[in-house]
Design a protein around this ligand. Structure first.
Ligand code: TYD
Ligand code: MG
Length: 470
């Protein structure tokens, strides 16, 4: 047998791009300092990489002849997860759950089989011992009758066990700990990660068993990971959230079987992750009326409207350079909004410290929050409270104009549903029922309920409307 030769190649940890020599910047994704050296075998025929999907045959066939029956979906007894998957887990799909360490990936992927005892699940763990999984299962509760735990990291063994057991669902925790004998490099390296994922993909497509694969992401990108896998897997779900806070967001980034703009909200409790089916109720004010510096924004994340409390504190700068700090919001955008307030509305905030916080540890990128941010800043600056039944949805442009935002109607409906009495929107918003007077005063049950819609064209008119009677 010919001896296996090896050579060194460099891989980008971010995108998996391969290069024969080290480079400071990856030419494919443009990231700096991401190339790592790995040894790969040369001259060896790679173990079969072809994927056979049962029923599709090996030959090209006319598209018209391919059966288009809807894919079989398995419900996971978890409304939030089912929803972001597009209505359940598709048979034979490979789902990647990514997120920072400690955010709840293992908890969610163990919770799913425990809450679906009717599914025979193979839970492969390379991170924890079987005993640790048992302890976690005891914490989460549920029925473990359908769940087999397998503590192993060698992919060949895992696939062989899975083929023998033919489970209804397979979970692999995590891609960074698994390795295959086909590849020379160590677990967690780019080549091993790709090999692990393609072995699991092959298994899933050939047998129809859905596989949930867990992958770590670190902020510094110091572990090669999910980015490289995004094009291999069918679905990518990403966990976000501050892992000190209790809320966790699960976002679908890629979904071959559903929409990618879905978002699920969970709360980490002592007994695992709890579904938050109505996020607005958790994120809006939980204090008495009359606090200044608080404004509620009707924001949209993905396709889902929810209301979030924006908190601001404006105080005189203690040091020469005023501080600007934002948690959950882009600080550059905050600076821009403060500049607009200064230039277009004449508020002298240049000498003030401004702190901004999005309640619940959420990270917000919807520009519709601008209006609430500006209102919260003004409210804190002048120490007047915005009534707690008022909310905002509008983007602010550089000339101080309030711009309309996507799906204003849905935001208004959500606000009305939660009992808000007044919402500020852009006067350029085209609502289905655009005449203001006809919208106001409608009785509950009609299109917008009895929420008053206040249209503002620019920051000065917002201030006039807010300060009226103060
Ligand atoms: P984990 O699922 O282990 O994170 P990951 O697999 O993404 O690294 O989550 C770990 C955190 O969740 C840990 O800090 C403990 C906490 N936790 C709870 O608060 N409640 C629970 O019921 C469980 C199981 C974990
Ligand atoms: Mg884990």
């Amino acid at each position: 047998m010919a001896t296996v030769k090896t050579k060194s190649v460099w891989f980008c940890k971010e995108c998996g791009n391969e290069s024969p020599k080290w480079m400071g910047r990856c030419p494919a994704c443009g990231e700096w300092n991401t190339m790592v050296e790995e040894t790969v075998a040369t001259g060896k025929k790679r173990a079969g990489t072809e994927i056979t999907v049962p029923g599709s045959g090996h030959k090209p066939m006319p598209l018209a002849d391919i059966s288009s029956s809807v894919e079989n979906r398995i419900s996971l007894n978890n409304n939030e997860v089912d929803r972001i998957l597009g209505g359940g887990l598709v048979e034979g799909s490979l789902v990647l759950i990514g997120g920072e360490p400690g955010i709840g990936k293992s908890t969610l992927s163990l919770q799913i089989p425990l809450h679906c005892p009717e599914l025979r699940t193979l839970y492969v763990t390379g991170e924890e011992s079987a005993k640790q999984v048992k302890l976690r299962a005891a914490r989460i509760g549920g029925d473990d009758s359908g769940c087999m735990i397998y503590s192993e990291t060698l992919m060949e063994n895992i696939v062989a066990e899975a083929r023998a057991m033919m489970p209804d669902l397979m979970v692999v925790d995590s891609v960074q700990t698994m390795f295959s004998q086909n590849v020379e490099s160590s677990p967690g390296s780019v080549t091993q990660i790709k090999e692990t994922a393609s072995m699991l993909l092959r298994f899933a497509k050939e047998t129809g068993v859905p596989v949930i694969l867990i992958g770590h992401i670190t902020k510094e990108g110091s572990i090669a990971g999910p980015k490289i896998l995004e094009h291999i897997v069918d679905v990518v779900l990403q966990f976000e959230g501050d892992n000190r806070g209790t809320y966790r967001l699960l976002r679908s980034i890629k979904n071959r079987f559903g929409s990618t703009s879905e978002l699920a909200v969970f709360e980490m409790t002592g007994k695992g992750l709890r579904e938050v089916s109505n996020p607005s109720e958790m994120l809006i004010p939980m204090h008495d009326e009359g606090l200044s510096g608080v404004a509620v924004s009707a924001m949209l994340d993905g396709t889902r409207p929810f209301l979030i409390e924006v908190q601001s504190l404006v105080s005189s700068a203690a040091y020469g350079t005023p501080q600007r700090s934002a948690t959950g919001f882009d600080v550059r955008r905050l600076n821009m909004l403060l500049a607009v307030l200064e230039k277009r509305a004449g508020f002298k905030l240049g000498v003030k410290d401004v702190f901004l916080n999005m309640a619940g540890g959420l990270r917000v990128s919807d520009p519709a929050c601008d209006l609430a941010v500006v209102s919260a800043v003004l409210s804190s600056n002048f120490d007047f409270a915005i009534p707690s039944d008022v909310c905002f949805a509008g983007e602010i442009g550089l000339s101080g104009e309030v711009r309309p935002v996507a799906q204003t109607d849905r935001r208004i409906i959500e606000a009305a549903r939660l009992g808000f009495r007044k919402i500020y929107v852009s006067s350029f918003s085209s609502l289905d029922d655009s005449s203001e007077s006809s919208v106001q005063g409608k009785t509950a049950g009609q299109r917008f309920g009895d929420i008053e819609i206040v249209k503002v064209a620019d920051v000065p008119s917002l201030c006039r409307s807010l300060f009226k009677g103060q």
